[in-house]
Structures are given as C-alpha cells and as structure tokens.
Design a binder for this molecule. Sequence first.
Ligand code: F6P
Length: 543
Amino acid sequence: MKNIDPSKTEAWKKLQQQFEEHKNLQMKDLFKEDPSRAERFTINWEDFYVDFSKNRITEEVQTSLLELAEECGLKVAMDAYFGGDVINRTEGRPVLHTALRSPEDATIKVDDENVMPEVYAAKKKLSDFSQQIITGAKKGHTGQAFTDVVNIGIGGSDLGPVMVTEALKFYKNHLNVHYISNVDGDHVQETLNNLNPETTLFVIVSKTFTTQETISNANTARDWFKKTAPGDAVSKHFVAVSSNLEKVGEFGIDQENIFPMWDWVGGRFSLWSAVGLSISLAVGFDQFDQLLQGAHKMDEHFKKEELRSNIPVQLALLSVWYNNFFKAESEAVIPYTQYLQKLPSYLQQAIMESNGKSVNRNGKPVSYETGNIIWGEPGTNSQHAFFQLIHQGTKLIPADFIGFKESLYGNKDHHDKLMANYFAQTEALLMGKTAAEVRQELDSKGMDREEVEKLEPFKVFEGNKPTTSILIDKLTPESLGKLISMYEHKIFVQGVIWNIFSYDQWGVELGKQLASKILSEIDKSDVSNHDSSTKNLLKSYIK
Ligand code: F6P
C-alpha cells in the first residue's frame, strides 16, 4: 500500500480551492441549471438505486475526489486488501472478511496457504449444526428440543449478529434468539429470567475468549444453568465461537462444539464467519448464505466497477469531502424500516473503531480530520426526535437515507406513508423554505402583517443540507448483505485516503486495563493512586 499524506496531494489542493469557490453553492440552483443532475449522480446497480445528487458537489469536485483516490493509491490498496496482504500492519494480519463470502473454488492465501477449504469446512459445520438445532434433531440434556438461543458476546461478537437477526426477523423460524452483551448483571438476569435451562442453548462468542464482559456473562449463565442440571450437561447446552481453543476447553465446552475464528478476520467484520451462528440459527443456514452471497456481489462490484460508478467509493469520497473540507463532524444513517433499527449502532463500531485514528501509517500525528461520528435512528421516529437539528441547527450533517420499494408484509397504505416521509425529508433538506414562502403561507392563513414579520425568521429553512438516498427493492438476506458490505468497503476507502490503519483498535485497550486495576481495588476496598476525582468517586462507591 502506498503511504501518502492526502493533504499533500495535487487533488487535495484542487479540492481546497474548489471548496472555497463552491462552499456556498446552492444545490437547488445546481438542479435548475442541469436537468440531468439526478441521473448524472445516480448509480443504478442490481436492486440498489443510489442517488447522491442531493450533495454539495459538482462534476468538477467529483473528478477531483476521484483523483484524490487515485493519488492515494486506492487501486493498489484494493489489490492488497483482497489479495490477503498484511494490511493490518500494527497487528501483523491480513484483512480477509471478504474470503468468508467468496466462492469455494476461489484461492485466497494466508501465509502461502489457501484458506478457502477451512472457510468451507466451517460453513459446513455451521450449516449442519444449525439444521440439527432448528429441526430438533439435537436436543438438550433432558431430551427436549431447543426453543431459545442466547448469544453471549460483545462488540463485533454481538453487534453484527444482533443487528442482522433483528433485520431479518421477517425470515425467522421458531427459535427465540437473545443477546447478552453488557457486563451489567441486570441485563443478564433479565434475559435469564424468562428462559428454561432445559431448552436453552448458549453460544459464547469471543475471538480471544478473554474479554471480561463475555467471560463474566458466560460464567453467570453457566452457574444459572448448573443450578438445575448436572455438570456434564454443560457440553450439550454451551457452544463457542473462538480462536482460543485452550480457554474454551477450560470453560467446559467440547472441542467438537467449537466453531472457528481466524486472526485474519477482525471482530467488527466477523458476522460472516461462525460469529454469525446465531443468525444462522434464527433464519436457517440457507438464508445466512444468501446474506453472504449478497455481500460477495457487493465485493465484486467494488473490486471491478470503475471508480466513478462504484458505490462504496462514491460514498467514501463524499464523506471525505464533508469531513475534510466542510469540517462536518458527524454523519447520520436513517433507515426507513424498523427492521434496521440496530444498523446505526452496528455502524458505529464498524466505522468509529476502524477510522477513529489520529496517527498516520508512519506513526505520526495526522494534520487533517479522520473518522467521523456516526449516529442515527429509523425514520419516521427520528423525524420526531432529532430532525429539527438537521433542518434548522447550526451543524452540517450529511445523511444516508435507506429505504425499500416494498414492505415485507405488503401493507401498502403504511408503506406509502413511510416512503412519502423518506422522499419528503430529503426534498425538504434540499429545498428548505424561503422567507417569501413563509410569508405567503402565513398570509394565506390570514395572519396580520406584524405577526407574520415576527414569526418569519423562525419558520425559514435554510435547505441545502446534503443527503444520499439508497433505495433498495426489498429487504432480503441478500440485499442486507450488499448493504453491510457497501459500508465495509466505504470504511476501507476512507482509511486508505486518510492514510491510517483501519483494522486495529488499540484505543479500546487503556480503559480495559484500568478497569481491571480498579476492579481489584474495589475487591480489596483499597483505593490507590488516582486523580482526586476518580479517587473520590471510588470511595463514594465503595462506602
Ligand atoms: O472493543 C474491542 C474489541 O476488541 C472489538 O474489536 C471486538 O469486537 C470486541 O472487543 C470483542 O472481542 P472478543 O470477540 O475477543 O471477545
């Protein structure tokens, strides 16, 4: 991979100049001037219709952004990424979650060895196991079929599976799937309260099998289980997904009930592996495989499509444009389906843990902004919560609007209303409302002149707020796979441009280390050296 400071490139200089010239450009004028603007900035690919014309770009800016990608060596980096080079250099690993959804006959090498046979062996194991649990062929220790599955994991070992299981609820079978992530004992207890140990299967997901939250929760679940079951029944009710075979064995899980994880798959990109076991149990392996196939289709699009009509590339470049030139700090993701309610939290980890870095690939501080803040909630709920700030606040918040042409239960009346809001919001954010329009509206209601003048400034909408509309035919396992993969590649492209290492997460370590030190102080009721604030808080807690 090239190691280039983006701010020193020719394209960056051009973009800086273009930003100065165009920063006050009104998108509605651009639409008026160019009747084919919408077509020009729309990518139609398979069941995805991605319209990014409501963004503050011109063709000139788009070209400079593409030049920036070229100058930063995006194509070389893509080859390194898909080819299994050690691009996660601070951890000495390749980044190959894309191998998990590649066809069986592909050859993808890690340390000179093709990983595809072991990927497919793991898939077979996942498929067989899911089938046995769903059909009831595999039973609990008292001979009853399983009714409930509890996934215990955190971060990438939770967010991907819980987001996808929620998103694919429509396709679910009879198994009730629960997720325990937080080390908050109340969260664990609330879940266990409603479960029957004889019909519950626990899936402990932890790549390292040392994560404090997951191991504590797994121990609590095992203690709860053992209250009513003999010790040797644990092996029938507990399975693990991990790369730490030794620790899993110590916990009491049979080797045959361990599903593998690999070093070359990062936690936040692991839902495609056996980490997705709870997804496969919830919807069946075939639907899980459809998810993988969708992701693979997006991988191919990303790999092969020229950069100008490449969805992840365009999304990443727009984000760089706002982040680095407009200095927009955050981006909103607004899915117009309740099924995707967990997508923003999932993307928070994927994006912020990946690109929340402030040193470049030489280990030197960057002189430009990197990872953005991601947030969001489904529409229309979010319209009644935070949209006021997007419309009339002081901050520029580019937003992705994700909508579907069809609803799953086919309630057309509701779906039309939902989608009318989807379209209306992006139009309102683009067009705003001028003072003249406000006056005319109030006049037509018969309001007196003085009152109209007083109200007018509060009712004006500036407009010119950027949005990208991602309109997909239908929420299916395949389209969801494409959507997730699209964001994964967007993350990659941004990391390449910002010249940072997107696949490590050292920033989460310090808090973990301090927490274990503080825990031993709490255990001993002995508060040692801390800043006075932390010391007082601890003393107050221990009392
Ligand atoms: O939050 C840090 C992190 O390392 C994530 O990257 C990872 O997804 C999570 O912890 C869980 O790790 P593990 O799967 O090893 O329990």
